[in-house]
Design a protein around this ligand. Structure first.
Ligand SMILES: [Zn+2]
Ligand SMILES: [Zn+2]
Length: 173
């Protein structure tokens, strides 16, 4: 897949190599990777904003970081949405279905080192269904194949500890 999905177009996406990190997914071979930058100044260091959410199970609180995900340039402050389950991915694009509503508090992504100071070399990864090019909605060109991804993952290198970390992922189909 050489075309970047609509959701990351504002970040001037350039094809990237597969980062050296384990990706979860449906095990499909068709994956694409794009490096994201600030559209205004070209900055590579971005602060990731999302929503602090939690659910309770057996009396225990489980916290997680959820979309909508937006990226803010650490240099110039430009920002844009990067992923929202309501508009992006297979279920939203082809089925008008986007999972359960989420309530949460806006916050910066925190690396496991504790830093919320942003990441560099941010790469968006998209996994696609194995039968993508046999789908009627792709053949009849009513939907762009690049927007029908079934899994979204965002990874980057923490500006503080320099580890390559997974920031966010979502199963879109
Ligand atoms: Zn910038
Ligand atoms: Zn870190």
């Amino acid at each position: 897949m050489t075309h970047a999905p609509r959701c990351i177009k504002p970040f001037g996406p350039a094809a990237a190599r597969r980062p050296a990190i384990q990706f979860d997914g449906h095990g499909e071979p068709l994956n694409s990777f794009f490096h994201l930058c600030c559209a205004k100044c070209g900055g590579d260091s971005l602060i990731v904003k999302g929503f602090q959410c939690f659910y309770e199970q057996d009396g225990e609180r489980h916290d997680y970081f959820a979309d909508p995900i937006s990226l803010v340039c650490a240099s110039c402050g430009w920002s844009n949405s990067a992923f929202d389950r309501k508009t992006d991915g297979y279920d939203a694009e082809a089925c008008d279905w986007f999972g359960e509503a989420r309530d949460g508090t806006l916050r910066n992504f925190l690396c496991s080192c504790g830093s919320g100071g942003g990441l560099s070399q941010i790469v968006a990864r998209f996994e696609y269904p194995g039968d993508l090019f046999e789908m009627d909605i792709v053949i009849d060109k009513s939907h762009g194949a690049e927007n029908l991804f079934s899994w979204f993952t965002l990874v980057g290198t923490c500006n503080k500890c320099r580890n390559l970390v997974q920031i966010f992922e979502y199963e879109c189909a």
